[in-house]
Design a protein around this ligand. Sequence first.
Ligand code: HEC
Length: 389
Amino acid sequence: MMKLYLIDWLSLSLKLLHVIAGIAWIGASFYFNWLENKLNRVNNRDGIAGHLWAVHGGGFYYLEKYKKYPQALPEPLHWFKWEAYFTWISGFLLLSVIYYFNATTYLLASDSSISSVYGILSSLLGLLLFWVIYDLLCKSKVVNKSLIFIGIIFVIISISAYLYNTIFNPRAVYMQIGAMIGTVMVANVFFVIIPVQKKLVAACENSTEVSKELGLMGYTRSRHNNYFTLPVLFMMISGHYPMIYSGDYGWLVLIAVVGILVMIRHYFNLRGVGQAKNSLIAIITVSVLALIYALAPSQSKVQSQEAVSIAQVQEIIEKHCVSCHASVPSSEVFAVAPNGFMVETKEQIIAHKNQIYQQAVLSKIMPLGNTTNMTEEEREKLRVWAEAE
Ligand code: HEC
């Protein structure tokens, strides 16, 4: 019990750190992106590419961007890198604490044919492989052909989602793809963007030329990161919305969502430089509506079903839910009822009818990992009970 309690604190602290570091990182990257778009590029001093005035938090700010670099290396010179590194480190630890330590419950599909160890290894392999392939593509000529490049990345993500879907539970598939893309983003910072900046600083110190390719290399990677951002953020919060990932085609939904979010990001990038495309808004709107329609729960097929009594329901709940959702769970994985959700008494069951319906009938993500082997007949009984007035 004590151990589980402490693990919860660990997980809570890591999640908080992850969110804070992530906000600092993505916030700064949004800000610099915005800055680049809004720089005033006329009437600048010699050697200045653009300037900008801003008012924020009770003060006026003035900022200039150099075409190359200043005459002497300024002190102190601020870097933005620890935000990215801490986001990854805390994210990876979270992934381990939540998904790897309890792989049978959180990572693997309930009917998965592989063991926890293979599950964890295939997750790690995905993180590594996606970066290696992406990096090779960036170093090849393909990177200059935007559409082909995007197409290949999209296909890799799709194949990964499909393959992971055969061994992981649907929520873990989303987390895995999110972690893969997030890892590429941080690796871009660590292996490319920061080294490029170091060379820039060295050039400033030695007053040497900076090659065009060098700047372009950093620019390309941070541009990719810009497009990866929304999909990653989405994957990280999708876990709270079973309607997204839990259907039979959760992995297809994932691919559609990535596509839509990249289009949204693209729209804002175009808008940032004054080239907003209304046709893109139309495509995005239609896609979102189509997705909402496609994921809508189907109306019950069987109408004249025999009524299910609350006693029958309680029996099912006791068998499949109470090991976790009780004031003192008997499950070895949880010290307290997950999310404070308890269904030990008839009153509690009736009060939580909608939630039971949502999690065990519509999305079928409960019982978690279906470790108790809940059958379709049992779900059907819950459905009939919940849909009856
Ligand atoms: C192995 C343990 C386990 C079992 C068994 C289990 N659950 Fe859960 N349940 C969880 C965990 C963990 C969460 C929290 C998931 C999260 O944070 O996304 C949860 C969350 C929920 C929630 C969301 C609560 C909220 O409002 O946030 C509902 C509803 C729920 N479970 C219902 C059920 C039902 C109904 C059953 C039985 C059919 C069941 N659970 C069986 C572990 C379990």
